[in-house]
Design a protein around this ligand. Structure first.
Ligand code: NAP
Length: 312
């Protein structure tokens, strides 16, 4: 098995909490460098840079980079990395717009390197089980409740409230990535109600109605960033033949008809890096854009409602 020299670009919360330990824990990777605008210099990196472009120029042995910045700047950085011949792992959401992602796909294809758009919430055993159980069934009812406290999970992060920061869809896209993985048929945004704080450019809550084209279905999602106390990341599904699935806690617990089937600790980023190593070894790309399309569609057809200002 080849060892892949990898760099991290953007050394914020997710890079420190998840990418760094997942890379360190996977013998298929060697952390060659970190590029941090703020000048962070983690001991684990052999080289550190403030400017990622300098990192791309200075290290011919660098094979791949993980881009862990906010989405608004991801396209330019990914473009520069791909054009420098590096393979690229994209944190979610993979870009700021669908056109940017199409551009990255085309460059990766042209340059023959790996492009991997990650959806961390898909890497749980309960999600795989739910997908297997739902295969071949019709979904009659779906209720997603993805409700969390933004002050707890995103303290001081301003980019999430700026245009292109996605607001509540930053966590909500995780729920959508689970749906697109497990549902047996594609779903479409039929209605969306997006609540924007009067002082922000991104929504704090969203209510979505989906359709799959079947009559008599009831498919909904409710995302909210104002939930204090216990947090909710639950998906409830009823099939036309009466099966009831509860996928709870962000996709780590699955119960069928009230009986627990899977309850395993989350190892999402271990799964992401295991997959990235396989993609690099086989020189393949994996860019699944359906969750991102659903978010774009929600913004496209969504009704905008102004709500009270949000103060950090
Ligand atoms: P964060 O803590 O704000 O970190 C982002 C980092 O990116 C910053 O600390 C900065 O690091 C770098 N950066 C910021 N602006 C930049 C710019 N203009 N150009 C280059 N680099 C810039 O945010 P985060 O929570 O880690 O989220 C980053 C991405 O990971 C988001 O897309 C988010 O959806 C995703 N994600 C987050 C979580 C989570 O729980 N937080 C979970 C899963 C996925 P340096 O100063 O070191 O360069």
């Amino acid at each position: 098995m080849a060892t892949h020299n990898i760099g991290i670009i953007g050394f914020g919360k997710i890079a420190q909490d998840q990418h760094l330990p997942a890379i360190k824990g996977n013998p298929a990777f060697d952390l060659l460098a970190v590029a941090s605008k703020r000048g962070l210099k983690p001991d684990e990196a052999k080289h550190t840079f403030q400017d990622y472009r300098e990192m791309l120029r200075a290290l011919p042995d660098l094979e791949a980079v993980s881009i862990c910045t906010p989405p608004q700047v991801r396209h330019q950085i990914a473009r520069d990395a791909l054009l420098a011949g590096k393979s690229v792992l994209l944190e979610k959401p993979p870009a700021a717009t669908l056109s940017e992602l199409e551009d990255l796909k085309a460059i990766a294809k042209r340059t023959g390197v790996t492009l991997f758009a990650t959806w961390h919430a898909q890497y749980n055993h309960a999600v795989d089980e739910a997908r297997a159980i739902l295969a071949g069934h019709k979904v009659k009812r779906l209720v997603v409740n993805w409700k969390e406290d933004v002050r707890h999970w995103h303290p001081g992060q301003q980019w999430i409230w700026q245009a292109g920061g996605f607001g509540i869809f930053d966590p909500g896209i995780n729920a959508l990535s689970i749906l697109t993985r497990i549902l047996p048929e594609p779903i479409f945004i039929q209605q969306a109600k997006l609540q924007f704080p009067s002082n922000r450019d991104a929504p704090i809550a969203a209510d979505l109605v989906f359709s799959s084209g079947d009559a008599g279905e009831d498919l909904q999602a409710h995302f909210d960033w104002r939930q204090t106390g216990p947090q909710t990341w639950d998906i409830e599904i009823e099939t036309a033949d009466g099966k009831h699935l509860d996928l709870a806690e962000g996709g780590i617990r699955l119960a069928i008809d009230g009986k627990a089937i899977v309850e395993e600790p989350s190892e999402e980023y271990e799964g992401i890096y295991a997959r990235f190593a396989r993609l690099l070894d086989s020189k393949q790309s994996d860019v699944e854009d359906t969750p991102f399309r659903l978010v774009a569609d929600a913004f496209m057809v969504g009704q905008r409602v102004t709500v009270e200002p949000f103060m950090d």
